[in-house]
Write a protein that binds this ligand. Structure first.
Ligand code: NDP
Length: 401
């Protein structure tokens, strides 16, 4: 049915191409390109061993727009799936516009020198994608991604109107390391150390990072402390869900993780501005990334489960109603299937499903779109079929806090 060029050979790229190869009737030809080709070749070998499918590989620096344009012309894909880092988003969108190819990613554009999680840079491409009759689908991971689709699914099937959304992201996995991040450490630490921000009555309310917490009992994981954070889907949900009064994002962190992070922050290791070291500039957070475990190396030892979901409140048939929808993903099962732990799995599978939505024409439109702008049903069906089954239940009331 279609040809894809996937850019980025990290944990997420690895899961996405494994799952694409398992859906060969949709993804007929797959090319994986990344900054270092040997990483693509290692993934291609695993895909061949696990699925029997051969995928092509290539080396590309996606910050180099002319080189990316040349690669897209050589490969001739119907869709470019950007699973590199958020820094590359605009460059890859430019290359897609120049070559007339659809675009998909899993994280919003970030400038390297500021930890800003905002969609306006990518939304500004809407008119150009529209004029070129191309689709750009933003944020097709789990959060953002599935959490937005969960929200529209609840709006479509369980509530007449949505008033509040709380996104709950719990990783109950244990990798046996003193300190490690589950996805790219630089991106992860920028996100966690940024001030918390939530949407309430048309305004954005900012609070210090990790200063608001509450306990929640996660199905199949247990009770955890979860902390109020900013997350990019809050911005698009506030824009696209009519009548939304409040939207918040919560993530669980263990005490040991937070203690390590506090020390690293206090000593300046999480800074993203350059400092001089032995006559050359280095960015402390980039140096820290170099000494931390590679997230992809954690798969083998990680045990436990993730549980990510959405609690929405609103009205149904004139009565207030609270509904909870969530997915549980087991780290060891994810590793057995694709050789990657659950955080990569829960992002790579939705990246594959979003790509399938575009290639099959189930989701179509000219311009730049967020996940909640399309019909949730075909995406939700594929989640159940492709390893991320979900459950939904009514709660007695909203979150305590
Ligand atoms: P990794 O760091 O493991 O992988 C990123 C890959 O991109 C690496 O292979 C890297 O190459 C490659 N890359 C980096 N820069 C370039 C470049 N200039 N040109 C070409 N390739 C490049 O990250 P993850 O796989 O964990 O995450 C991938 C994306 O998914 C990120 O954008 C992340 O923010 C997003 N994400 C989204 C989530 C969601 O739920 N929506 C959750 C988790 C992640 P090299 O190996 O050479 O460094």
């Amino acid at each position: 049915m279609g040809k894809v060029l996937v850019i980025g050979a990290g944990g997420v790229g690895s899961v996405a191409v494994h799952k694409m190869a398992m859906n060969a009737e949709i993804f007929e030809v797959i090319t994986l390109a990344s900054r270092r080709r040997f990483k693509c070749d290692a993934i291609a070998e695993s895909v061949k061993a696990r699925t029997g499918v051969t995928i092509a590989t290539a080396e590309i620096d996606a910050d180099d727009v002319p080189a990316t344009v040349a690669l897209i012309r050589e490969v001739g894909p119907d869709l470019v799936v950007n699973l590199a880092l958020p820094y590359q988003d605009l460059n890859i969108m430019d290359a897609c516009l120049e070559t007339g190819v659809d675009y998909l990613d899993t994280a919003n554009y970030e400038p390297r020198d500021q930890a800003k999680f905002e969609y306006h840079w990518q939304w500004a491409y809407h008119d150009r994608f529209k004029a070129a009759a191309l689709t750009a689908l933003l944020g097709s991971g789990f959060d953002p991604g599935v959490t937005s689709v969960f929200s529209t699914y609840l709006a479509k099937h369980h509530l007449d109107s949505i008033e509040t959304i709380d996104i709950l992201d719990c990783n109950g996995g244990d990798h046996g390391q003193h300190f490690a991040t589950n996805f790219n450490p630089e991106i992860n630490i920028r996100e966690v150390t940024a001030p918390a921000r939530h949407y309430e009555n048309g305004e954005w309310i900012e609070t210090p990072a990790l200063s608001t917490k509450q306990r929640f009992d996660f199905a199949e994981v247990g009770e955890k402390n979860m902390y109020l954070m900013y997350h990019e889907e809050l911005e698009s949900l506030a824009k696209h869900i009519p009548g939304l009064k409040r939207a918040r994002f919560w993530m669980t962190f263990g005490d040991a993780y937070l203690t390590h992070l506090e020390v690293l922050q206090n000593v300046g290791m999480t800074r993203i501005d350059p400092v001089m070291y032995e006559g050359r500039e280095i960015v402390p957070l980039q140096f820290l990334k170099a000494v931390l475990p590679e997230p992809s190396s954690l798969g083998e030892t990680t045990k436990g489960k993730t549980n990510i979901g959405v609690i929405a409140t609103g009205m149904k048939d004139g009565q207030p109603k609270t509904v909870y929808i969530w997915n549980v993903c087991d780290h060891e099962d994810a590793y057995a299937e694709t050789g990657n732990q659950a955080v990569s799995y829960t992002t790579g599978v939705p990246a594959m499903i979003g790509s399938a939505m575009l290639l099959t024409g189930k989701w179509a439109g000219d311009g730049v779109f967020n996940m909640e702008q399309f019909d949730p049903d075909p995406f939700m069906d594929m989640l159940n079929e492709q390893g991320l089954p979900w459950q939904v239940k009514e709660l007695d009331g909203p979150l305590a806090f």
